[in-house]
Write a protein that binds this ligand. Sequence first.
Ligand SMILES: Nc1ncnc2c1ncn2[C@@H]1O[C@H](COP(=O)(O)OP(=O)(O)OP(=O)(O)O)[C@@H](O)[C@H]1O
Length: 315
Amino acid sequence: MSDKAQPDEAPFDETQSGEAPEAEAAAPPAEDKNARAGIAAARASLADVRPEPGAPKQDAILNATGVRRAFGGLVAVDVAHLEVQRGTITALIGPNGAGKTTFFNLLTGFDRPSRGEWVFDGRRADRMRSYQVARAGMVRTFQLTKALTRMSVMDNMLIGAADQIGERFWAGLIPPLWKAQEAANRAKAMELLERFKLIDKREDYAGELSGGQRKLLEMARALMLDPKMVMLDEPMAGVNPALKQTLLEHIKNLREEGMTVLFVEHDMDMVHEIADWVAVMAAGQLITEGTPDQISADRRVIDAYLGAHHDAAQR
Ligand SMILES: Nc1ncnc2c1ncn2[C@@H]1O[C@H](COP(=O)(O)OP(=O)(O)OP(=O)(O)O)[C@@H](O)[C@H]1O
């Protein structure tokens, strides 16, 4: 996913970070019985869904209709309908410029649609601001900005909680409330840093982390908000192969804990490994949906990636 449609985020220059080795991030526990049950439940919930764009789901946590975003004459997003099944890992794929970033920004309140409406977990969300979306339970990861790399790992976690939710006015005025909240946030941050094997790095500058450790921190920050749905921004970009497996396990764990995951990714191996369902965008539209196997065999997807002109009327 590109940074261009994330107005608050400056792209981070990897060359100035002083990359740290990836070795310290140990893999989370191997897949256990619970994990297998989680996968089985997710796949079963999608078993009867037809592989076609806009296919209805039995329990959609996100239900979007007629979402359109034009920049001048360019229609970046024109998604007729999309439902995301609760408790699954869904990949959003498509060639460069397909509109994935823009669609993500719209859903999470970081951009405004030209038109369209969507319901998240039973609530209309298309008019919400980004912090309201986060408070409702849909939380996205962000690449660490330059400013964040100059803060400690712990401070990143603490402002991860404050940032997206928006500081509560009254809590700010009443010190005991604020202090209790801060203590709770700190305890939660410690727990998450432990889980993501970043606890020993908590006082280090985030800029000293390796590319993969930064991705772990981005995910840990998002979990500060106890999300129901996690939106991941190219979770594997810039991550070395040794840490990829660790990240994959962490993402699977989100599903085992009952969260829904929607992620944008170019790495098809990763999509095959963890996605229960795949939605494909091309030229702003949702051109198809299906299981990873169905998608890999779909001519429209192959054509879109090969750069063939996609004519929606031919579907
Ligand atoms: N703020 C903007 N102003 C003008 N055009 C934009 C803006 N943001 C995105 N676009 C255009 O909208 C289209 C969709 O871009 P978007 O970044 O959403 O695609 P993408 O699928 O995420 O691509 P990539 O995989 O390369 O990140 C592109 O043609 C892009 O140039």
